[in-house]
Design a protein around this ligand. Structure first.
Ligand SMILES: Nc1nc2c(ncn2[C@@H]2O[C@H](COP(=O)(O)OP(=O)(O)OP(=O)(O)O)[C@@H](O)[C@H]2O)c(=O)[nH]1
Length: 179
């Protein structure tokens, strides 16, 4: 089964105070850490909600302001158009995604998201039309609402798996140079 890796990289970064995808950690922007971790797991990487260097990118559908679901909708549309069976979505602000988590999600046949961070999930492209319709009727759909609608599975992190999510500059300081 073919897999599109979608890096959800739009949003406002209000809590961070500046564009957090570009914030440097270990001398590289957060988004580059995420791309580097995701790439070995997928057939194609798509950056959703911004253009980024030479990467393939797509604007949110139906437009900006819909939150992460607008980016996921763009990824589902891209996967459908390019004959990719599934989408593995990740945020741009978790620079140390555990490989074990990505492997576990890839092994799921049904739509599945991580309970602690619903932006991280695996979605069959066959759900593209359902998501598109859902967003067409919502001002700003929430991930929780979407996952409830499709009755997606929701495993938790396993012991030892950590997900340092960077929302504020202090989160980056807490992460330090380890991780
Ligand atoms: N493509 C896309 N991604 C988004 C959008 N909003 C948030 N994201 C991504 O979803 C992930 C989680 O985002 P949040 O931290 O909840 O939201 P944010 O807008 O980035 O930050 P805050 O303004 O502080 O809430 C991050 O990877 C964001 O880049 C959006 O409208 N479009």
């Amino acid at each position: 089964m073919t897999l599109l890796g979608a890096v959800l990289a739009g949003g406002q970064s209000r809590r961070f105070g500046s564009d957090k995808a570009l914030a440097a950690w270990k001398n590289r922007p957060l988004i580059d850490h995420v791309i580097g971790t995701l790439r070995p797991h997928v057939d194609t990487v798509l950056i959703c909600g911004r253009e980024w260097n030479e990467e393939i990118s797509a604007p949110d559908i139906p437009g900006p302001g819909r939150g992460p679901l607008g980016g996921l909708n763009a990824a589902m549309a891209y996967a459908t158009c390019h004959g990719l069976d599934r989408v593995l979505s990740v945020p741009c602000d978790v620079p140390t995604l555990p490989d074990s988590l990505l492997r576990r999600l890839k092994a799921c046949d049904e739509p599945t998201y991580l309970q602690e961070h619903p932006v991280i999930g695996i979605w069959p492209s066959a759900l593209a039309a359902t998501l598109d319709r859902h967003l067409a009727g919502n001002i700003r759909g929430s991930m929780r609402e979407w996952t409830g609608l499709i009755a997606a599975g929701s495993p938790k992190l396993l012991e030892g798996e950590q997900l340092p999510n960077i929302n504020r500059t202090t989160d980056l300081m807490t992460l330090g140079s380890h991780g």
